[in-house]
Design a protein around this ligand. Structure first.
Ligand code: ADP
Length: 513
C-alpha cells in the first residue's frame, strides 16, 4: 500500500511538472494554482481508490494533467464536510460572507492571466476569450458579494392584534453543483457566488474535460479565507459521473442542486431530485433564433451574429443557432456575413495570438457537428463556406455557412454547438415569430429591427427566457440568465440568482398584549 501511494504521488508530481512547464512557457506566474488533487473539507485530496483520469488540451490532444477519479465514497465525504460546515456557515453575518466573496473576487482579478491560461489549456478557447471568461466569472463574485447584504425578509400585515407575522429568508443548506466544460470558470462562480452569499455550502462537480479551472478557482477561494468544508470540489471521470451525480441529487444531506448542461442530463437530474423533493435549478440547452428584419442595420446585425455565433466556436447554450433573414435584405446580409466569416476568423491553437476560433472540446462534439452538417447538406442545404473538419488538428471544424435551410433539417432542429451558421429566408414577421417559437427550447433569442413597434411586439411574443434586441452579447452578472420550456428552471445572476439558494420561513409571533 505504501509503495502504491508513493508511486501515485510520484506520478502526480511528474504530470504536474509537465503541465507547469507547458503553461510556464505561455507565461504562467503562479504554479500553485495548478492542482491535481480534489478539494474536500479544506484539504487537497486524492480519490480513496487512488485512481486518476487524464485531462487533455483539445488543441493537440496531449495529456496535460491527471486528477482524482472520485467515486461515491469520496462524494459522500464531500457532502458530509459541506453539511458539517453549513452548521456554522449559516450563522455568519451577510457582511462576513460578503467580505470573503470580495476577497475571492480580488484574488481572481489578480490572477486573471493565469486563470485564463488554464482555461485555454484545457478548454481550447482563444486566450482573449479565456480572459473574457475570467472577467465574467469574477464579476459574479463581485456581484454576489454585494447582493449578500441585500437579502431581505418581510413583515406582513397581521389580521389580529395579538400576532405579528414575519418572513425570514434563510439558506437552504448544502447545494450540489454540476457544471459544464464550455465556461469552466464562470459557471462555477455564477452558482457558488450566489450560494455562498445566501449562506449555503457547496459541493461542486466540474465537467471531466475541464477540472483544472475549477481547482484553480477554488485554490483562490481557500486563500480568500473560506472555512474548510464551505466549498468542496469532487473531480470524476465520465464513467463515474452518473453514480456521483445521483448521490449529489439524492443524499439526505443535500438541500438542492444546480446544474448547467444538456437537457438530456438535466432531465435525469430532475427525476433523481424528485424522490427527495430537492430544490433544483437547471440551465439547459437552447436553440436560439437570430432574426434579422428588413429594417435592421445590416452592419450591426452581422457584428451581433459574429459574436453570438462564434464565441467559443459556437459552444455556448445561448449561441445563435437558427438564423432567419427577411427576404428584402437577405442578399445584402448574407454577402456581408460571408465576407466577415471569410476575412475575420482564424482557426488554430488558442495560445496563438491571431487565433479567434479554437478547437471543439472533444471528439464527440466534433462528430456531432459533422453529423449535423452532413445530414443538413444531404437534405438539401447549400454550403456557402466550410462544411468540413479543419486540417489544423483532430478537433477543429471549419467556420461554416449553410444556406437554403429548411425547418426540418438537423441544423435547425438541434443545437449545433459548433462554428456553423444556418441561414433561412423568411417573408413576414408572423412567419419569423412562428418559426422561432416552434422549438421545445426557450433559452435565448436575438433579433435586429429599427421599427419600435415591431421591437415590442416581437419581444413580447418570443417564447424565450432571454432576448437580445440589436445586441449579440447579453451575458452579464446583472442580467437574469435562464430559460423557459425545456431550457431550464430558475435564474442565475441578477438579484434573482439568490432565490434558488434561499427559502422563506414564515414566523407567526402570537400572544402579544
Ligand atoms: P455535454 O454533453 O456537453 O458534456 P452534459 O450535460 O453531458 O453536456 O455535461 C454537463 C455536466 O453534466 C458535466 O459536468 C458532466 O460530467 C455532467 N454529467 C453528465 N452525465 C451526468 C449524469 N448522468 N449525472 C450527473 N452529471 C452528469
Amino acid at each position: 500500500m505504501a509503495v502504491l501511494n508513493y508511486l501515485r504521488t510520484a506520478l502526480i508530481h511528474h504530470k504536474h511538472t509537465l503541465m507547469m512547464e507547458v503553461l510556464k512557457g505561455h507565461g504562467l506566474r503562479y504554479a500553485s494554482l495548478l492542482h491535481q488533487e480534489a478539494y474536500i473539507g479544506g484539504k487537497w485530496v486524492s480519490a480513496a481508490s487512488g485512481k486518476l483520469f487524464p485531462v487533455t488540451n483539445p488543441a493537440n490532444s496531449k495529456v496535460i494533467a491527471s486528477v482524482p477519479d472520485m467515486e461515491v465514497t469520496d462524494t459522500e465525504a464531500a457532502i458530509n464536510s459541506a453539511y458539517e460546515a453549513f452548521q456554522t456557515w449559516q450563522t455568519t453575518t451577510a457582511r462576513e460572507r460578503s467580505l470573503l466573496l470580495r476577497n475571492w473576487y480580488n484574488l481572481m482579478e489578480q490572477h486573471k492571466e493565469d486563470l485564463a491560461l488554464i482555461v485555454t489549456a484545457e478548454a481550447g478557447k482563444p486566450l482573449s476569450e479565456s480572459r473574457g471568461e475570467i472577467g465574467y466569472g469574477s464579476s459574479f463574485l463581485e456581484w454576489f458579494s454585494e447582493e449578500a447584504k441585500r437579502i431581505y425578509g418581510e413583515v406582513a400585515q397581521s389580521p389580529a392584534s395579538s400576532k405579528e407575522l414575519f418572513f425570514l429568508r434563510q439558506p437552504i443548506g448544502v447545494a450540489s453543483m454540476i457544471t459544464p466544460w464550455n465556461f469552466p470558470n464562470a459557471m462555477i462562480t455564477r452558482k457558488a457566488g450566489a450560494a455562498l452569499a445566501a449562506g449555503c455550502t457547496c459541493v461542486i462537480k466540474p465537467a471531466e474535460d475541464t477540472p483544472l479551472s475549477a481547482l484553480a478557482a477554488v485554490d483562490l477561494a481557500e486563500k480568500a479565507g473560506f472555512p474548510p468544508g464551505v466549498i468542496n470540489v469532487v473531480t470524476t471521470s465520465r464513467a463515474n459521473t452518473p453514480a456521483v451525480g445521483k448521490l449529489m441529487c439524492t443524499s439526505p444531506k443535500v438541500a438542492g442542486i444546480s446544474f448547467t448542461g444538456s437537457t438530456a442530463i438535466g432531465r435525469v437530474l430532475y427525476e433523481q431530485c424528485a424522490s427527495g423533493i430537492k430544490r433544483i435549478g437547471l440551465e439547459l440547452g437552447g436553440n436560439a433564433p437570430f432574426i434579422v428584419f428588413s429594417s435592421a442595420d445590416v452592419k450591426s446585425a452581422v457584428e451581433g451574429l459574429m459574436v453570438a455565433k462564434f464565441r467559443n466556436s459556437g459552444q455556448a447554450c445561448i449561441s445563435a443557432n437558427r438564423i432567419l433573414v427577411q427576404e428584402e435584405i437577405y442578399d445584402k446580409f448574407s454577402e456581408a456575413l460571408e465576407e466577415a466569416v471569410r476575412k475575420r476568423l482564424t482557426v488554430g491553437d488558442g495560445f496563438n495570438k491571431e487565433v479567434n476560433i479554437g478547437p471543439l472540446i472533444n471528439i464527440n462534439q466534433l462528430k456531432r457537428v459533422e453529423r449535423i452538417v452532413n445530414e443538413s447538406v444531404a437534405a438539401g442545404a447549400g454550403v456557402v463556406l466550410g462544411g468540413k473538419c479543419h486540417d489544423m488538428g483532430d478537433l477543429f471544424f471549419q467556420p461554416t455557412i449553410l444556406c437554403n435551410v429548411t425547418e426540418d433539417m438537423a441544423c435547425f432542429q438541434e443545437e449545433i454547438f459548433g462554428p456553423v451558421i444556418a441561414l433561412k429566408k423568411f417573408k413576414c414577421e408572423e412567419e419569423a415569430v412562428n418559426i422561432a417559437n416552434a422549438s421545445k427550447f426557450g433559452l435565448a433569442c436575438y433579433f435586429y429591427s429599427q421599427d419600435v413597434s415591431q421591437v415590442w411586439r416581437v419581444a413580447r411574443r418570443l417564447e424565450s427566457g432571454m432576448i437580445g434586441i440589436n445586441e449579440g452579447l447579453i451575458s452579464t452578472a446583472e442580467g437574469a440568465f435562464g430559460g423557459v420550456k425545456q431550457s431550464g428552471i430558475g435564474r442565475e445572476g441578477s438579484r434573482h440568482g439568490i432565490d434558488d439558494y434561499t427559502y422563506l420561513k414564515y414566523i407567526c409571533l402570537g400572544g402579544i398584549n
